[in-house]
Design a protein around this ligand. Sequence first.
Ligand SMILES: [Zn+2]
Length: 124
Amino acid sequence: MKGRCGAGLPAALSPSLWAACSWDRGPLMGNPIGVELFLQRARSRFGDQYDYAAMVYKSYKTPIRIRCTTHPVKEISITPEKHLQTTGGCKYCLREKRIVNLERELNRASAERPAQLRPITAQD
Ligand SMILES: [Zn+2]
């Protein structure tokens, strides 16, 4: 820390310069996303839902292989970018999420208009 900020000036002489120096410890804008930042974002988004132990991280746009810890039946091949933008790439999780959303919609619909709720028909 010593000698890095303030160019050796006492803080009292250049308070704004000292304040500005605290900024350079923040993340750099426009930096490519490296493996550590990716894992940090992935974990804050998905927690322990995905297993990244087997992945080989090359870049944000190069597909990686991961596993869903809830549905480890098949490896998922997805780019880190897509992984963070979607539900993560597990089609089983996606399906469950759709069902949960659908049920929520139906529950809301039945609460609002119980008389008009029609029987559920298969969409596929
Ligand atoms: Zn899953």
